[in-house]
Write a protein that binds this ligand. Structure first.
Ligand code: ADE
Ligand code: ZN
Length: 324
């Protein structure tokens, strides 16, 4: 089964590039930029990666991203992820990046996007990997700050496909970003949002009714509301589910209780993704293997999940015909 999973060409729809920052590269870049990090060894870093909730993780994730300064750093970060795509047979990926994590520290939007774009072109050339970018607004910051980010993105609009919403979910409901999502859609960006990862079902309703998302990131908690499940099925919205993330952030107590199979059985178009693989212990194949083993998924289930990812990707119709 593991060989079957590894050999399948796959698409990834939920990946934070800052969450693919492996400790080894973090050390290298920190040293290069002469920035102190609070760890002396890789082992110390790995020990720090024990989370009891989303906020626990985010605090460490933002601190790690703080060593990224130059275009070369963003390029190196993205190339390391594309290398993992190649190793995991991921041929299409939709990469989220958090501009505000960097612009808040005085790094120019241009520095971030230029580094990522350089890597994207090289990964396409070297490994044939197709990718697109999702610019994610940080929900713990204000809508005004998201508007500022939207403005900064406009000269690079052609490089960005979609806008997302991530960071601390509790207390930051989707409705807080109603206006900036409307403005983003007017600019041609496709809206997605994290909802129902830790947050209640009301946040998923808001993501679909107010932000009018084309896909829901996580969305696991929709199972608590039967009307919501029916609505997600009716509106044909896919969920980007992240099994190892859910386990590491304690949104699932043990993998055998993971809701993925239930979601599929309800008719929801679920997909498997790695979210922040450097922090949660595995890339795409590891995520598939973990849920397959825990939930005893069949080859048919795996094929359904993989096909969902291609079908519900933001690839063009022509590109999807090639993939499928
Ligand atoms: N940013 C990076 N990973 C995230 C996650 N799993 N949830 C919310 N924001 C994030
Ligand atoms: Zn995420």
């Amino acid at each position: 089964m593991n060989d079957f999973i590894a050999a399948l060409p796959k698409a990834e729809l939920h990946l934070h590039i800052e969450g693919s920052f492996e400790p080894e590269l973090m050390f290298e870049i920190a040293q290069r930029n002469q920035i102190e990090i609070p760890y002396k060894t890789i082992d110390e870093v790995k020990k720090a990666y024990q989370f009891s909730c989303l906020q626990d993780f985010l605090d460490i994730y933002y601190a790690g991203a703080g060593v990224l300064i130059h275009e070369q750093d963003f390029y190196d970060l993205a190339m390391a992820y594309y290398q993992k795509c190649y190793e995991n047979n991921v041929i299409h990926t939709e990469i989220m990046f958090d501009p505000q994590t960097h612009t808040e520290r005085g790094i120019a939007f241009e520095t971030v996007i230029n580094g990522l774009q350089k890597a994207r072109l090289e990964a396409k050339e070297k490994w044939g990997i197709n990718s697109l970018f999702i610019m994610s607004y940080l929900r713990h910051l204000s809508e005004e700050s998201a508007f500022e980010t939207l403005k900064q993105s406009l000269p690079y609009k052609d490089l960005i496909t979609s806008v997302g919403l991530d960071s601390s979910e509790m207390g930051n409901p989707p409705i807080k970003f109603k206006n900036v999502f409307e403005a983003s859609v007017k600019e041609g960006y496709i809206p997605v949002a994290h909802a129902g990862e830790e947050g209640p079902t009301e946040y998923i309703w808001e993501a679909i009714d107010v932000l009018k998302v084309a896909r829901i990131d996580h969305g696991n908690r929709c199972l608590e509301d039967e009307n919501l499940v029916n609505e997600i099925v009716k509106r044909d919205l896919a969920l980007t589910v992240c099994p190892l993330s859910n386990l590491e952030l304690r949104n699932t107590d043990v993998m055998t209780n993971h809701p993925l199979k239930k979601l599929l059985d309800k008719g929801i178009k679920a997909t498997v993704n790695s979210d922040d693989p450097a922090y949660f212990g595995g890339y795409m194949n590891a995520n598939f293997v973990a849920v397959q083993e825990a939930l005893n998924l069949s080859k048919e289930d795996i094929l359904t999940l993989v096909k969902n990812s291609f079908n519900y990707s933001f690839a063009t119709y022509e590109q999807k015909k090639i993939y499928l």
